[in-house]
Design a protein around this ligand. Sequence first.
Ligand code: UD1
Ligand code: CA
Length: 455
Amino acid sequence: MSLEIVILAAGQGTRMRSALPKVLHPIAGDSMLGHVIHSARQLAPQRIHVVIGHGADVVRERLAADDLNFVLQHKQLGTGHATAQAVPFIKADTVLILYGDVPLIEVETLQRLLKHVAPGQMGLLTVELDDPTGYGRIVRNADGKVTAIVEHKDASEAQRVITEGNTGILAVPADCLADWMSRLSNNNVQGEYYLTDVIEMAVSDGLLVATEQPHDPMEVQGANDRKQLAELERHYQQREGRRLMALGVTLRDPARFDVRGDVTVGRDVLIDINVILEGRVVIEDDVVIGPNCVIKDSTLRKGVVIKANSHIEGAVMGEGSDAGPFARLRPGSVLGAKAHVGNFVELKNANLGEGAKVGHLTYLGDSVIGARTNIGAGTITCNYDGANKHQTTIGEDVFIGSNNSLVAPVTIGDGANTAAGSTINQDVDKSQLAVARARQRNIDGWKRPVKTKKT
Ligand code: UD1
Ligand code: CA
């Protein structure tokens, strides 16, 4: 079987009340359409056609990729009309129709649906609903065979009682679809070209309409407004929380934990409340993440400990290293094994050797720090001269005194020491002590100034 996928994403989404096209509204850090494309790709189709209309330029720009064919639907004349725009591009023998605003559909459900496509047979995904208002109803005959879908607005009182709703997702033989599209009409209450009309055509052509249901109705829930968007977001987060717990992560509270990207985890990981994981995050065994941390695009090796309120981005933390509370690791931060970053420390493009310590109130930018070196409290690298960034290189077993200003470019050799309060703007050789601060003078008999009386 060769497969192509059509994703309908041309609708306006008025109820979002937004300048952003509806399908670009985010769930877990990716657009709704991005989620649908992600799931579609896992079915390995030959091509994915995305039908766009409202906000077409923005959608195309945001999601452009080699395997996507964007098809413009100039006027939104209905789901059938939207599908028809993509049909001329289809070469495969099976077509799956998805929706850009139905982001949580599971690949496994789609695989089950696709199994129903065969010569003389198509697959339709339906859902049992407590309140089917607004949905197309699945009409079955006395044998239980699907004969039609009737839109809510076109349905009779008797049909509105039906609780089996149309999800809109279907899988069909491509040659049939092309033929049905040429026969669509807009002779209905809404004056639209309904994709759902293909069901009656299929039945009259002698096809069997086989149905399949999602395990969870939220998979086929669309987001028409921000309330539904929030519900989908929570559902996604609960699903992701369950996935991680099943892999061996303790979440102190799954309701206060958010994933916005791809997370891989080891075992016996402990994640406290209000942690946000963004982008690509790799967490190895025995990592502990304290409360209120944001971890983005980072790798945390075995046994890393991140204490409360830390912000970690674009960092690699080596085995057994730790950071926080209130640490900020910016992109390019690399911590060797057992390196220590304490409170109110900011690193950017900085490499800490094994066992190096930066305990308190420090900024290290564009720096390489050797193994076991200790950086005193309050030290900063002056890495920016107002025009260019410069490098600070510090060897192994160095002791940088408290409150140093390291004016880059500067190199400090292995085993060197710098005195507290120094401004270091010249290189320091191996094992030297650099003292670069004004000498203290003690003045005897100093008279404090006295306040002048106001007249
Ligand atoms: C559609 C189904 C209905 C089903 C419901 C499930 C039809 C006629 N009806 O109804 O049976 O129960 O979905 O949510 O198919 N779109 C376009 N171009 C258009 C019109 C729509 O791209 O011209 C896209 C929209 O962006 C949206 C999707 O198609 O993603 C569904 O359109 P919508 O108008 O929401 O269909 P419903 O009336 O909800
Ligand atoms: Ca809808």
